[in-house]
Design a protein around this ligand. Structure first.
Ligand code: NAD
Length: 472
């Protein structure tokens, strides 16, 4: 118990967890039919409230177009539900495994059991999908769950709460709202698993709290995801794709291309193509109806600060997209050239519509540049050469990779999604999510007829023979 959290909150949280755990113990693992039905209920509830969610997210951000929320959040969720519903029964079947010769005719199998009650902590930048996507995996794996969405998106969090209350009983899925103090109290609960999506700083605290109860964690963090534009890449296509990935949600995307490494011969063409693509996607610049606002004043000021800091240290900043009043928090697209390692925007995750362009001479130099930094959540590579592509894939480590596009690995239902090193640990989505929220229980079934007796005292020559065979 800490002084920071009112006692009744701690009590409320732990009694909610006890309630869910008791229900889990009472009912056991839900059948495939039940899980599919739960996912379907959630899909219908989400689609029924689609326009409400689009309005709520826009309210929380200051502005976000309904299309952005529909394409970036609702569509991936519905696709993931459809995929999970199609596959969950198959994943739940006990897996037959091989048995060593001397244990025949015994049998081995792996049974995937729900862990029990899982905790989910979500961030503000995709407040709908990053709350529900882990919940889908948890439900598919047969768990009960308590969700803590971000305090920075109150309208969306309230709508999530009321939707989930309509769909599920509180002892199956519940939502707790609140800020860092509630988050900290939440992380101290003895869940069966805790999935956290957010910043590395908070992730570190969450892991520390969870360690007290030996609660296993999945940490979905962020970082600086590089884009490497190979020397043989089609510059126009690459720049258009980077502009799309960077400017969607005004750069407030964990897997947004953070900076671009471009061959020195291509830098001018890349910058021109990037600006042309930005102007095509958002003809009215920062005021465009499809361009998202920066979600809060603190982040807006932070992003302005990154540009000022870079300028003061000698960077050339090309801002396009017009000037908008600061109160609207619509930050124009900016490209930053001549960047150096001492600039804050090269030391922190940018999380906004600012793209530093770093030039390189050889692909090996570009790979070395990436490898001097913490392992990123995503890496993007553009190029035609299969030798270079292989080199980039084999010699860099990142959570995931998309080749010749940006962001798209996130919506591949059958790929694990997660970070590595400083960008996180563990993964979810598809089968990886099912496994994250399941216990893979290995089962050995001994046969009535077996050789086990020969390895028990009193030992004889047959025992020696078997030992010789096993030690060969
Ligand atoms: P954040 O870490 O500030 O907050 C995330 C959540 O943690 C919120 O719900 C918050 O209330 C809660 N929280 C705050 N303090 C806490 C504490 N002491 N204990 C427990 N919980 C606490 O992150 P954010 O600003 O909401 O999101 C931005 C970050 O998230 C970026 O770094 C981004 O890259 C990352 N991110 C990662 C992914 C991914 O899938 N890997 C997705 C989106 C965002």
């Amino acid at each position: 118990m800490t002084a920071h959290v009112p006692v009744n909150n701690e009590f409320l949280l732990s009694s909610l967890l006890s309630k869910q755990r008791a229900a889990f113990m009472r009912d056991g693992a839900p059948s495939a039919i039940q899980r599919r039905a739960d996912l379907l209920k959630l899909k219908r509830a989400l689609l029924d409230r689609r326009t409400q969610f689009e309005a709520a997210v826009s309210k929380d951000f200051g502005y976000r177009s309904a299309y952005e929320t529909r394409i970036m959040e609702v569509v991936p969720l519905v696709q993931a539900i459809n995929y999970l519903r199609r596959n969950v029964a198959k994943w739940m079947r006990p897996e037959r495994h091989r048995v060593s010769l001397h244990f025949l005719p015994g049998r081995t199998s792996v049974i995937y059991q729900p862990l029990g009650v899982v905790g989910i902590v979500a961030p503000w930048n995709y407040p709908l999908s990053l709350a529900l996507m882990p919940l889908l995996s948890a439900i598919a794996a047969g768990n009960r769950a308590i969700l803590k969405p971000s305090e920075l998106t109150p309208a969306t969090s309230d709508l999530l709460k009321s939707m989930l209350r309509d769909v599920f009983p509180e002892d199956q899925v519940a939502v707790i709202t609140g800020g860092p103090e509630i988050g900290a109290a939440f992380s101290r609960l003895p869940f069966d698993h805790l999935l956290f999506t957010g910043s590395a700083n908070v992730g570190r605290k969450v892991m520390k709290e969870a360690a007290e109860n030996l609660v296993p964690v999945t940490l979905e963090l962020g970082g600086k995801s590089p884009t490497l534009v190979g020397p043989d890449a089609d510059i126009e296509t690459a720049a258009a794709s980077v502009a799309y990935g960077k400017l969607a949600n005004a750069g407030q995307t964990c897997i947004a291309p953070d900076y671009a490494l471009v061959h020195e011969k291509d830098a001018a063409a890349f910058v021109a193509s990037y600006d042309a693509a930005a102007a095509k996607y958002y003809p009215d610049g920062a005021a465009d109806r499809n361009y998202t606002a920066i979600a809060n004043a603190r982040h807006y000021a932070r992003l302005r600060g990154l540009i000022d800091d870079a300028k003061s240290k000698g960077a050339r900043v090309i801002e396009t997209g017009g000037d908008t009043p600061a109160a609207a928090r619509r930050l124009p697209s900016a490209i930053v050239l001549n960047v150096t390692d001492d600039m804050t925007l090269m030391r922190e995750e940018i999380f906004g519509p600012i793209l530093p362009v770093v030039t390189y001479r050889t692909i090996d130099d570009a790979i070395a540049y990436i490898n001097r930094r913490p392992q990123p959540l995503a890496l993007y590579y553009f190029g035609r050469s299969s030798v270079d592509r292989r080199k980039v894939l084999m010699r860099t480590t990142s959570g995931n990779v998309t080749v010749n596009d940006t962001l798209m690995h996130y919506v591949q239902n059958d790929l694990p999604f997660g970070g590595v090193g400083m960008s996180g640990m563990g993964a979810y989505h598809g089968m990886a999510g099912f496994k994250t929220f399941s216990h893979a229980k290995g089962v050995f079934e001994q046969s009535r007829w077996n050789l086990g007796g020969l390895m028990r005292p009193p030992f004889n020559r047959t025992t020696d023979w078997i030992i010789r065979y096993l030690l060969r």
